[in-house]
Design a protein around this ligand. Sequence first.
Ligand SMILES: Cc1cc2nc3c(=O)[nH]c(=O)nc-3n(C[C@H](O)[C@H](O)[C@H](O)COP(=O)(O)O)c2cc1C
Length: 369
Amino acid sequence: MIVTPHREGAADGPHLFRPLQLRSVTLPNRIVLSPMCQYCAVDGVPDDWHFQHLASRAVGGAGLVFTEVAHVEPRGRITPGCLGTYSEAQALGFQRIVRFIKQQGVVPGMQIGHAGRKASANLPWRGGQPLGAAEGAWTTVAPSAVAFADGWPTPDALDEGGIKEVLAAFRRGVAMARDVGFEVIELHAAHGYLGHQFLSPLANRRNDGYGGDFAGRTRFLHELIDATRSEWPDHLPLFVRLSVTDWVEGGWNEAETTELVRALAARGDVDLIDCSSGGMHPAQKIEVFPGYQVPFAERLRARCDIATGAVGMIQSPHQAEQIVATGAADLVFMARTLLADPYWPQRAAHVLGAPRTWPPNMGRGDAFA
Ligand SMILES: Cc1cc2nc3c(=O)[nH]c(=O)nc-3n(C[C@H](O)[C@H](O)[C@H](O)COP(=O)(O)O)c2cc1C
């Protein structure tokens, strides 16, 4: 028997533990498990490893738990160990995870994506470089036939029919996410993957309606959102993860992101922008320090009138509390901090003076936490 903890956030007290309503979904607090590839799936199927990864962060008290990026077709996987949204076995694996997360009073989210020209790579602990033919490399696709970096294969440029096929694969993936019970979906359009490849002039050299000027380069993302919303119910929230800047001269930048996010806010069907950066080009120059991407979330929230999520080296409870309390962002996405400590939200509640929400069968551990 599963014992569901009492998770309703309080309307007062620390801002990090106040609930947030997005459409019909109420997140019990502002802590989000940021998507994190585990690189260990066989045929894209979530298994016991993925179950424990996501289940333990739900038990630990994050309000919203995102899967790692799940890819809409086999050639869109970053590595052979990445998850997919295109088979019945994958749907069954996700279903079990979703059921457990909900039983914890936590909201399950799926991040969905396509790696484009950065697909067909080796596992990070095997170097992360492009797979060789003997390792099962496959042909990648992208907006233009431009390789990610020296030593990376040149992708096939998608023609208009190819773009339609990719959008159809997204529709099928979103339908799977809906049918297995996810309550939030996030489009991965950051970190140099396909959605971002269309946005950035460093990867998009097209001269048809999907490239060239700002309107052309942002068209794919708008069509991707249309495709997503055609399957994703109106009452459920849709997030978009963007790289706010490529950190490269001549690349996608914050001014273009701001213009894009204003347009996304005006559409009215996107609920939150998850503000990340980089991943487009090996020449990127990033100065990394605690909270280094928070100003992106803060400026976009203020300038574009849309909810934002902050991510990147958010480590301490007071740092996280300040981000929400000052209105820099609505949600705090955390990856490595929660990887290191699934129970971080419980500890943060203690530090900030919010009620803790251990499941009752773990209550006696509270005294020792
Ligand atoms: C092991 C690992 C896997 C990741 N996989 C994804 C992913 O699937 N999708 C994504 O958008 N970001 C991914 N990221 C990036 C994180 O979501 C996050 O944006 C980044 O690690 C910065 O946050 P942090 O400082 O809290 O770790 C990954 C990060 C790590 C460490």
